[in-house]
Write a protein that binds this ligand. Structure first.
Ligand SMILES: Nc1ncnc2c1ncn2[C@@H]1O[C@H](COP(=O)(O)OP(=O)(O)OP(=O)(O)O)[C@@H](O)[C@H]1O
Ligand SMILES: [Mg+2]
Length: 252
């Protein structure tokens, strides 16, 4: 009975993950196409505004062409962010703690006072095969969110970076003997209910100045490494778990 029960739980988890991944991949594709369509005319608009600025004699009118160019630049950089993640990973053996330490350094440099970043590493973890830049980017997006959440709450708190080994696990329909789990835990206010089920979708954000791309990008990179990313959240405790396989698995 117990074995059957666990089996169903595992199947349910796999089905849920697949549904989420299909949904985010479809919306990502839609957004990429849209971004292409928006980006193409932007160059033309900017060029025309520049030409117009040269023809304008009254200097106060330059404010208007300035606004056009500034806003075009902002849109252009948003479109570029939407269009980047199609590079295929360049996998090499890598140590996850090296990636985490790089992320920690970057975050410590930008983290506000009062937010402590703690480490709880299992130093015996084996190397994984992956693309260092993409793994760092995925981790950075998750850790940065945690710091922002903690800061938006009480203005102070803690973020824990934890690593563990996981045995016998199915990730994206493959069975692995070993995987590594990287957890990013924070004691901030938790994910707002209104967006809880959609945070991995692009352009979904609960922050005033957020673009809603961080988690969708993190998920794309993790999926390209045959891993998964999950979250558990309640006020005072949010935990993102990234699971990455250690070796090539058997298809189920
Ligand atoms: N640790 C967390 N605690 C509480 N809410 C979170 C946490 N991580 C993510 N969220 C919520 O999920 C939203 C989506 O996160 P995501 O990283 O995709 O976008 P963003 O941070 O808003 O913008 P961007 O990362 O593109 O600058 C966030 O705006 C925030 O509301
Ligand atoms: Mg973010």
């Amino acid at each position: 009975m117990l074995i059957e029960f666990r089996h169903i739980e595992q199947q349910l988890r796999i089905a849920r993950e697949q549904q989420l991944l299909d949904g985010t991949q479809a919306s990502r594709e839609l957004i990429r196409n849209l971004a292409h369509e928006i980006r193409n005319p932007l160059g033309g608009i900017r060029g025309a505004a520049q030409l117009l600025a040269r023809e304008l004699e009254r200097p106060e009118l330059h404010d208007y062409t300035g606004v056009i160019m500034k806003e075009v630049d902002r849109l252009q950089s948003l479109m570029d962010r939407l269009l980047t993640p199609h590079r295929l990973p360049k996998p090499v053996p890598l140590n996850i703690h090296e990636a985490l330490e790089r992320v920690r350094m970057l975050i410590v440099a930008e983290a506000p006072l009062g937010v402590s970043i703690e480490r709880d590493y299992d130093v015996s973890l084996p190397d994984i095969v992956g693309d260092m830049e993409q793994i760092i980017q995925a981790l950075l997006n998750v850790v940065r969110n945690a710091v922002q959440a903690v800061q938006s709450g009480r203005g102070a708190g803690r973020v824990v970076l934890r690593t563990r080994v996981v045995r016998q696990i199915t990730l994206a329909r493959r069975r692995y003997r070993h995987a590594i789990a990287i957890q990013v835990i924070d004691d901030g206010p938790g994910i707002p209910d209104a967006i809880r089920d959609h945070i991995f979708y692009p352009l979904v954000s609960g922050r005033k100045d957020g673009s809603g791309l961080g988690l969708s990008l993190a998920q794309t990179f993790v999926a390209q490494h045959h891993g998964t990313i999950e979250v558990e959240s309640q006020p005072g405790h949010t935990c993102f778990t990234i699971l990455l396989p250690v070796e090539t698995g058997e298809t189920r």
